[in-house]
Design a protein around this ligand. Structure first.
Ligand code: SF4
Length: 384
């Protein structure tokens, strides 16, 4: 497949129900199991090392009408939690054998329990990822949580995670993440050659196939995209921040670019590119993953980082990507994103970096007001 065919394949894949994606893989791997992880991060390496297919669970997008999930959540809860639950009621995750949640927020915590209570025939695990990055014990604690997950797989599916297999899976995901970093670095330099909607479908599809397949796609894209001919346009270079869990509709990403922006950095699909460099070290692979979670994770509103101000990571992203502004894009009712918005905005203002706010819901389908707001913002910066 060439680059265009890969992007088309990715677009088609992300439009399918998660259960159908799992069933297709299982048809080729008789007896295989698929385990989905709720945003933001869960260790795909451990699922992969157990011989299973790791999948991202990202809600129902525009495709799911809430008929049951609304009755199980308060009205002031983000869409992704409700629609992820609704997928279960509507049979759209049939074929997925397990679900992993973590303590990114109170909503995800409740979702995990509600899911378990309503769907007792599937494996559900909840990871208590560390929230204190400064304790001496934190990496060991995190490794313990990851071991507990592996033990859960052993009990539920009879599949063990050996240190050798986990070491190999870490290498495989290091290779995948290195290519994703390279794709981001390419877009920083030549955003005119890769639109954000195209980049997004590739990222998302890479979380729906075995990592080896994602690596092959990315190798082709990294080889072919630089050859594309596309003239740079006079657009505002922006960072999108806040869309780390519930994912914005593709139409919204299209509108950002149509309104005059190049997105040069973002926090979309953060879980599959959680580590900023290769998971290194030697010895016990659970300890290596635990240490990486503490010391090599991207700055995120869902992970408490006591060692630096909330805005530091965002400002570094702006500088590194040569961006001129930030578009905060939190999902409606997303507490971690909205709490951090205040702190990050203060940091940006101290650093003299312009910003604007665009709230979204995954089922949003009309974008005209947002288009006008972004166009006004862009014009105020470009023609000042
Ligand atoms: S969108 Fe925000 S509030 Fe909702 S589950 Fe994700 S992190 Fe939690």
């Amino acid at each position: 497949m060439n680059a265009d065919a890969i992007i088309e394949r990715c677009r088609e894949l992300v439009s399918q129900p998660l259960g159908a994606v799992a069933e297709q893989w299982k048809a080729q791997h008789p007896g295989g199991k698929a385990v989905a992880v709720y945003p933001v991060w869960a260790p795909a390496e451990i699922i992969h090392a157990a011989g299973m297919l790791p999948l991202s669970l990202l809600g129902g997008g525009t495709s799911v009408e809430l008929t049951h999930a609304d009755a199980r959540f308060q009205s002031f809860v983000c869409s992704v939690a409700k629609s992820s639950l609704e997928l279960g009621f509507q049979g759209q995750v049939k074929g997925v054998d397990g679900f992993v949640y973590s303590n990114i927020c109170d909503v995800a915590r409740n979702l995990s329990s509600i899911y378990q209570r309503n769907f007792q025939d599937v494996f559900v695990e909840y990871l208590h990822l560390p929230q204190n990055s400064t304790s001496a014990c934190v990496a060991t604690y995190c490794a313990g949580e990851l071991r507990r997950l592996a033990e859960g797989f052993q009990r539920a599916f009879g599949l063990s995670v050996t240190p050798t297999a986990l070491g190999k899976s870490i290498d495989t995901y290091n290779a995948l993440r290195a290519r994703l970093r390279a794709l981001y670095a390419f877009r920083i330099e030549e955003p005119q050659k890769l639109s954000t909607p195209d980049m997004y479908v590739v990222l998302r599809a890479a979380s729906l196939v075995p990592p080896e397949e994602g690596i092959a796609w990315l190798d082709t894209l990294l080889a072919e995209l630089p050859q594309r001919s596309a003239r740079p346009r006079d657009r505002l270079r922006v960072v999108i921040e806040g869309a780390f869990c519930e994912q914005p509709p593709l139409g919204l990403l299209e509108v950002v670019e149509e309104a005059g922006c190049y997105v040069v950095e973002d926090d979309l699909m953060l879980g599959w590119r959680w580590f900023t460099s290769d998971v290194g070290g030697e010895g016990d692979p659970f300890e290596r993953l635990g240490a990486a979670y503490v010391n090599q994770a991207v700055p995120s509103s869902t992970r408490h980082e006591g060692r630096e101000h909330r805005s530091e990571g965002l400002i570094e992203k702006v500088r590194r990507s040569k961006a001129q502004a930030v578009i905060f894009m939190p999902a409606k009712f997303c507490e971690p994103a909205l709490f951090d918005y205040v702190l990050m905005r203060q940091g940006l203002e101290r650093a003299g970096i312009p910003h604007m706010l665009v709230e979204f819901e995954e089922k949003m389908w009309t974008f005209e007001r947002t288009r006008n707001e972004i166009e006004t913002f862009v014009e105020s910066m470009m023609f000042d």
